[in-house]
Design a protein around this ligand. Structure first.
Ligand SMILES: *Cc1c(COP(=O)(O)O)cnc(C)c1O
Length: 354
């Protein structure tokens, strides 16, 4: 009988909640979609696709568009099929079986998953009770454990908190490890290290088109680092990892900085509305012990002993949010979506006499 190996024996496919729910605020997607004009530009590009040909293996046009938008050289950018693929390529490239990877908790769960596939040891540094990062403890742990890689998101998914640039600088320059800094949500904040990546030979910054840019459907993510690191990623990735349609659409959208900036403004307004709404619920229902973190990304993170009950109650009402480690993570949505989630959480708390 064929025996499955240990590392895959207990794996389950990634299984987000599917089904018909009116309101989905569980995946930190954008509610902003390209304008009519942008859609027409995209349609025009798609009309000229050569479906019989393989994609450009170097994804040159889309890397150039990304590089110009963020002010980095194209030669320091690698493109992937979503940053999920980029994380997997990064780990395949820079880790070997038995290496140690340091992650933070809470943080994005995919880091530990991909590390386990390359048979690495994962050491987790717990965040403080207020979800802030103990920078010295992170540095000390990396160096004590001889970590080959440190990976974390900034701003953090799920806490929505940003770590100040100065603190990130201190980490990168104090550890021997390769630091994989996932800036998936940095368009919503202002503490990016992207403009100074070239000063560090142990830093890779990850970006995605799935969040602020609202392009989760096309699967497009990037890594930025010194040419030495990027050349390795280009050699390790599969040759045609970014398909031609994605390259074409990504090039159009990334070449329109006006779209990104306007989208970020709208999303931040929505996020603030959602955050303020929860602060009001907190005041009105002290019994619920809502702890609401001041968000630096496009979602709000709420600690409460009632998290699981609220999650189920919302689901009953056709609203999906993310329940994660006893907390709720709620993406900023359209006005009516924010209003609906606030109204229903309010109803729940009234009913629970909280
Ligand atoms: C959503 C998210 C990503 C993006 O993943 P894609 O594969 O590009 O859609 C990456 N990192 C974090 C922390 C995220 O929350």
């Amino acid at each position: 009988m064929f025996e499955l190996n240990e590392k895959v024996r207990n794996l389950k496919p990634y299984d987000p909640i599917t089904g018909k729910y009116q309101i989905r605020l569980d995946a930190n997607e954008s509610f902003v979609t390209p304008s009519q004009e942008l859609r027409e530009q995209i349609d025009e590009e798609l009309r000229h696709i050569h479906f019989n040909r393989y994609p450009d293996p170097f994804a040159n046009d889309v890397r150039k568009a990304f590089a110009d938008l963020y002010g980095v050289p194209r030669s320091c950018v690698m493109a992937g099929n979503g940053s999920d693929e980029v994380i997997s390529v990064v780990m395949n490239a820079f880790l070997q079986k038995g290496d140690t990877v340091v992650t933070l908790s809470p943080d994005f769960s995919m880091y530990a998953f991909y590390a386990s596939l390359v048979e690495c040891r994962v050491v987790t540094v717990e965040k403080n009770a207020d979800c802030t990062v103990d920078v010295d403890r992170v540095i000390e742990t990396c160096n004590r454990e001889h970590a080959r890689m440190l990976v974390f998101s900034n701003p953090c998914n799920p806490t929505s908190l940003v770590l100040a640039r100065e603190a990130v600088r201190k980490i990168v320059s104090s550890v021997q490890a390769l630091v994989v800094l996932d800036e998936a949500y940095m368009d919503f904040s202002d503490q990016s290290l992207l403009s100074e990546f070239a000063g560090y030979d142990n830093l890779l910054i990850l970006k995605t088109c799935s969040k602020a840019l609202g392009m989760a459907a096309i699967r497009l993510g990037f890594a930025v680092g010194t040419e030495k690191l990027i050349d390795v990623l280009q050699a390790v990735k599969s040759p045609y990892n970014v398909n031609t349609l994605t390259q074409a659409i990504g090039t159009v959208v990334l070449s329109n900085p006006g779209y990104l900036n306007a989208a970020v403004q709208r999303i931040l307004e929505s996020r603030d509305e959602l955050y303020e709404g929860f602060l009001q619920l907190q005041e009105a229902h002290p019994g619920a012990q809502l702890r609401i973190f001041k968000p630096d990304a496009n979602f709000v993170y709420i600690q409460t002993p009632k998290a699981a009950e609220i999650f189920e109650y919302l689901k009953e009402k056709g609203i999906i949010v993310r329940l994660t480690g006893g907390c709720l993570r709620i993406s900023a949505g359209r006005n009516y979506e924010n209003e609906a989630v606030l109204r229903e959480v309010g109803e729940y708390l009234k009913g629970a006499n909280a």
